[in-house]
Write a protein that binds this ligand. Structure first.
Ligand code: DON
Length: 563
């Protein structure tokens, strides 16, 4: 008896100790009703102001996307494209594809020399790298279908921001400095960004303000058929590019069916092809679901092993099967089925790393009918939007129209220029993602919405090229498996594996020496030098009391704003 009491008391003391040392959660901004999280406070604020005026998430999407084009020229854009996934308050879901397309005059081998070698820089710098931009079509289409406030009213604060100018942050000062040689190499004349901009300077975007004012007046046609279209095509052709007025006139944003799947008690809604995001996320999450990740512990050796091996196999499939669904047949149902993934993980063992050279794409009978920024929005009506938009590399192709006031994307590099030759993210592609006129290049963008018990739970996404998918994955797992707050989940250290190259990219200083030694001993190659940061997540979590918590990544100038 005495012994029992002693044991009981001891365990109470232990429990108390455990509670006493349990770290307090670090919480992001919490608001009652509505929130926008994006890469710049100015954009989050403009989006939130639209909500305050009574606009819905779709109105706020237009405002935030275009405000990012002004405040975050590194990746925000009207010269690029993106994807948006939505979930309305009645549970209706959908996805909008405003991805760039290859020009009509493009061809499979356009980036190869006469010896069939990839010409360095042709798909990444200057006019040939540019895909037909989709952003303006995207925001107008979202607004046409679901918007409530007049477009003129939504665009007004964006135009005012461009005229008033945006304050340079420390991070932006560094970026502009780092990209000087690219700007000089690509542009014939000096551009707005060639100046030695310093932190706290204000950059005014008058040319962009004029372009946006014409769009405000004439609608989407201004960009695709009007004066802006004409100026854009002359500019690109004067710089040796192949975009034509016909290319612009033919561009249309497309509604797509999102990828959906379950993980434990969560339902994940994510982007469908031409992004690989939703399919790869589904494959990885299906592969890891049977393992006790929470018991293994966050970023523990075992958790990193399971996730890495699932990622290795998913990215091998990505490179073979995925491309624009309007051009290639994708065995989608099989790829995201639990059975198929279970088979792919059969040869995984905790004792030893699988070698990527021993992993190829899965064998599937084709019987089925083939620099970036993210923002997340929840409005006061309960509608949610997750949108990722890009011009690909930082400042895209570096080609900047001083007359129109924006950078052009270098999205053509997201195609596979040649089978087996890695693109700028080290991704290997094959036939499914080869270049063809009017085809959309494969993407990794993963705008995602998560439901729990049928209710909105999380809105999440990030930039980061090939690391987008795995950053979204880890953010969801951090909340679901490891019970982190939204802010903690977004800020936690990240790692990434993409089949080839066969190494685990890790954020430096994010992982203990013990974990790294364990992984090396198991045969994993670690790469801590190439990715000072992995992803820059912008997310919103619905708390059990219905309030919203923002996750604005510490890695950027990101900000959550709401009410
Ligand atoms: O669509 C894609 O997957 C790429 N163009 C995304 C580029 C990106 O995230 C760059 N940002 N870090």
């Amino acid at each position: 008896m005495k012994k029992t009491i002693l044991l009981f008391t001891l365990s109470l003391v232990l429990i108390n100790c455990k509670t006493a040392v349990k770290k307090e959660k670090t919480i992001g901004l919490v608001t009652q009703k509505a929130m926008v999280v994006s890469a710049r406070e100015e954009a989050s604020k403009i989006g939130t102001d639209i909500l305050k005026k009574g606009g819905n998430a779709f109105d706020a999407m237009v405002a935030t996307e275009l405000a990012l084009a002004v405040a975050f020229p590194y990746a925000g854009n009207i010269g690029g494209g993106g994807f948006m996934v939505y979930r309305k308050n009645d549970g209706e879901i959908g996805a909008l594809d405003y991805r760039e397309k290859a020009p009509l005059a493009s061809s499979k081998d356009m980036f190869l020399d006469t010896d069939r070698n990839v010409i360095k820089g042709k798909s990444t710098f200057g006019s040939m790298a540019v895909g037909i931009p989709g952003t303006v079509a995207g925001v107008f289409e979202a607004h046409r279908k679901f918007g409530t406030l007049p477009m003129e009213e939504i665009l007004q604060p964006v135009i005012e921001l461009a005229k008033r100018g945006v304050i340079v942050t420390k991070k932006q000062e560094k970026r502009i400095q780092n990209f000087q040689s690219g700007f000089l190499k690509v542009n014939k004349d000096s551009i707005l960004f060639n100046k030695n901009w310093k932190e706290n300077d204000t950059i005014k975007y008058n040319a962009l303000a004029a372009t946006l004012t014409r769009i405000q007046k004439n609608g989407s046609d201004e960009f695709y058929k009007g004066e802006t279209a004409e100026k854009l095509v002359s500019f690109i052709q004067a710089n040796g590019g192949i975009m034509t007025l016909e290319d612009l006139a033919k561009y249309k944003a497309k509604w797509r069916t999102p990828i959906t799947f379950n993980y434990d008690d969560l339902r994940i809604i994510s982007m469908s092809p031409p992004s690989s995001g939703g399919i790869c996320l589904a494959q990885i999450m299906n592969a890891i679901e049977p393992y006790d990740l929470d018991k293994f512990g966050h970023n523990s050796t075992k958790a990193i092993q399971v996730i890495t091996e699932a990622e290795r196999r998913a990215y091998a499939d990505r490179s073979f099967f995925l491309g624009d669904p309007d051009f290639v047949k994708i065995p989608l149902k099989t790829l995201i089925s639990k059975e198929y993934i279970a088979g792919r993980m059969n040869d995984f063992s905790f004792d030893k790393a699988t070698k990527s050279e021993d992993v190829s794409h899965g064998s599937i009978k084709m019987t089925e009918s083939d620099e970036t920024t993210h923002y997340s929005i929840v409005d006061q009506f309960g509608n949610a939007i997750s949108a990722t938009t890009t011009i690909n590399a930082g400042y895209g192709s570096k080609l900047y129209s001083s007359e129109l006031g924006f950078f052009l994307n270098n999205e053509m590099d997201d195609f596979s220029s040649k089978t087996g030759v890695p693109n700028m993210f080290g991704l290997i592609g094959a036939k499914a993602n080869e270049i063809a006129p009017e085809k959309r290049m494969l993407s990794s963008m993963t705008p995602t919405i998560v439901e729990k018990n049928g209710q909105l739970f999380m809105v999440v996404g990030t930039p980061g090229g090939s690391t987008i998918i795995t950053s979204v994955l880890q953010t969801i797992l951090n909340v679901h498996e490891y019970k982190m707050s939204m802010k903690e989940a977004v800020n936690a250290s990240r790692f990434h594996h993409q089949w080839l190259p066969d190494n685990i990219k890790m954020e430096p200083d994010g992982f203990s020496t013990e974990i790294k030694t364990n992984l090396k001993n198991l045969g994993y190659n670690l790469d801590e030098t190439n990715s000072p940061v992995i992803g820059k997540v912008a997310a919103i979590l619905v708390l059990p009391n219905g309030k919203l918590e923002g996750g604005a990544d510490k890695r950027g100038d990101d900000a959550a704003v709401g009410f």
